[in-house]
Design a protein around this ligand. Sequence first.
Ligand code: C5P
Length: 220
Amino acid sequence: ASLPDWRDKRVLVTAGPTREPLDPVRFFTNRSSGKMGYAIAEAASRTGAEVVLISGPTSLAPPPGVRRISVVRAEEMLKAVLEELPRADIIIKAAAVADYRPVTVSDRKMKKRDETIEIRMERTPDIALEVGKRKGNRFLVGFAAETDHVEENAREKLRRKGMDLIVANDVTAEGAGFEVDTNIAAVYDQKGLVARWPRMSKERMAERLIALIGERLNDR
Ligand code: C5P
């Protein structure tokens, strides 16, 4: 897959997990390492595009030439994305945004006392959905990490969130999904299946995704 020339383009990538605090020492998060999103930012940068990477907490270094904005909570990621959105031509949402957060965040460490406790959780904002509403002519790509009914769920998300492409992966498959260096995916657009990508490095998959978006933009 050859990379497009995007010297006139601005790309916004989200990556990593978000962290939703419970108190000053505890939080809820997920297994996202940020590898897929960082690989995408790196490949996008090699096209000559101006790349901004909005990242949750990860141990990864930002790729050379990429401007990174570090965030922690879903709410902060939404704010950063909406701020950068007007300047972006292509948005790739590879972040594993937490779906729920504790309703109340204690400013003191919660003491160990009761045998069982209950923590009330509420929905976080759906960033991709908010972007979808404001996307205009921008090209929007999402990810779907699923364990069941991968195709059905991915296509429903694509429709609901107004995405142009969605990259679906079965996170239960070996060599795909969280914490590993490889991925296996199927890509869908509004009409259906676009590509099936067998197990390959996240770097290579990132290149194929950028090449595919390049082709789609040319066909417009
Ligand atoms: O619904 P689900 O979280 O599985 O959708 C996945 C896609 O939506 C990903 O592209 C992810 O980055 C994005 N998303 C988001 N904000 C959320 C949840 C998911 O932008 N709160």
